[in-house]
Write a protein that binds this ligand. Sequence first.
Ligand SMILES: Cc1cc2nc3c(=O)[nH]c(=O)nc-3n(C[C@H](O)[C@H](O)[C@H](O)COP(=O)(O)OP(=O)(O)OC[C@H]3O[C@@H](n4cnc5c(N)ncnc54)[C@H](O)[C@@H]3O)c2cc1C
Length: 502
Amino acid sequence: MNIVWFKRDLRVEDHAALAKAAIGGDLLPLYIIEPDLWQQPDMSHRHYQFLQACLVELDHSLQALGQRLIIKVGNAVDILADLSSRYPVQALWSHQETWNGWTYQRDIAVKNWCQTHNIVWHEPSQNGVIRCLQDRDGWAKRWYQQMQKPTRPAPATLTPMVEASDTLPSFEELGLEEDGASYIQVGGRSEGLKLLDSFLNQRGEGYTKEMSSPVTAFDSCSRLSAHLAFGTLSIREVFQACEQRKREIKQMPWGTKGQWSKAMRSFSGRLRWHCHFIQKLEDESRFEFENMHPAYDALRVDSFNEDFFIAWQQGRTGYPMVDACMRALTATGWLNFRMRAMVMSFASYHLWLHWRRPALHLATLFTDYEPGIHYSQIQMQSGTTGINAIRIYNPIKQGLDQDPEGVFIRQWVPELRDIDQAFVHTPWLASADTHGYPMPIVDEKIARKAAASQIYGMRKNNATFRETAQQIFTKHGSRKSAPSRRVAKKRVPSKAQGELPL
Ligand SMILES: Cc1cc2nc3c(=O)[nH]c(=O)nc-3n(C[C@H](O)[C@H](O)[C@H](O)COP(=O)(O)OP(=O)(O)OC[C@H]3O[C@@H](n4cnc5c(N)ncnc54)[C@H](O)[C@@H]3O)c2cc1C
């Protein structure tokens, strides 16, 4: 018998582990709720809420094939040991997982257990991330090859097995407290498919222009991230649906295409970024905990202003755009890329907080938390990669650019609902009552300049900075990515990623 261990791949379609295991005969589809994982500081109530809906649907899909999903609660090694003591288990099948430090250690324990019990553990890849990658050159080409492979249909049938399934633990049993989410996305493949369809055929036309403003992004972005993170859809399926849509757009009569072609190009590029960033963590798991470039190890370590951190978490920094974003994120579990970058940049530069605790807080708030993307982006927005240009977002300018009329701010910061348009981004200049909305906790310009001088100073004063940055770029930097161009010979930085051999 084979065990198929579902992890971050909660679907039956385009599921290599399930399809391959089914060829070998009887199989037991297993999901393990690991209470120790849910105790980790990056896990949250909203993640479990999303997961529950995914599991319910996965169970229905498997039942339709003939065998329900078996849920077990406990430690993965103990559960596998118990099953193998009662069944003639030949092999364990699961997709490769590049996730947090805890799952990395757990997988090492499972690998050791499999080896000592003569059980083969097959781990096919489910995306474009390459295990034991030797060289980043040519990575994009390999990614396209992976994405163009045919998707795998679900097995036609599964043989029923009699094995008891545990009930899903409650939030309380896993120690997960409510965290202010009132409108988070709903999990499950059917929701993911609906989003994919509405994005590709209705919502997505203005994607390129509208992705940066939180006024438009909630509708104009695909909103597929949580589904990709939990694997209710495979990245290959989404890529191929986008390619199909591109072909349809090509056939549309001239003058009717609007912004669709541009939108689809930007979107498909981001699907590649998804794997590009996860590849970094796959190659160096320390990025979850340590600066990519060690030159920054001495920065932001002497003090951590707890009051600033709390004000930032609660959306009470006195900067309306930052506060609206933090409150919207708490309630919805989502924020568009530019606003994620801005809130992180504000915490790291203006408030001079070490990135680790803000990163964990954001991880618990993002329903789509994906460690590989998350820690790479956190470090990019904190200036610690050594291969990205330093970018310090001015929250007042971002407000004026991305929410000129203050629509988003008024929605999430009710204290400013009635403030005069002229002061919605700078309420401290207004003489009117701002209903308890705080004064700015730092002076934007002074804090920005102080941060810039520290971070640039660190680069300048480090004799080996460039050399180490070059090594980081060689190992992790993105190369030119268009499939038709040659990527192998020359190392060319991708402008989109802003990764440079400095
Ligand atoms: C500080 C910070 C932390 C982030 N943490 C996460 C995270 O934990 N999980 C996560 O999925 N994304 C993260 N992102 C990247 C990005 O903001 C989200 O992927 C995107 O906003 C999700 O919305 P969407 O699905 O509508 O994206 P779309 O714009 O519709 O893009 C489609 C898909 O492409 C991928 N993608 C888009 N932008 C990026 C990007 N910049 N880098 C890598 N992949 C991208 C995502 O899988 C996304 O679902 C983070 C960004 C920042 C600045």
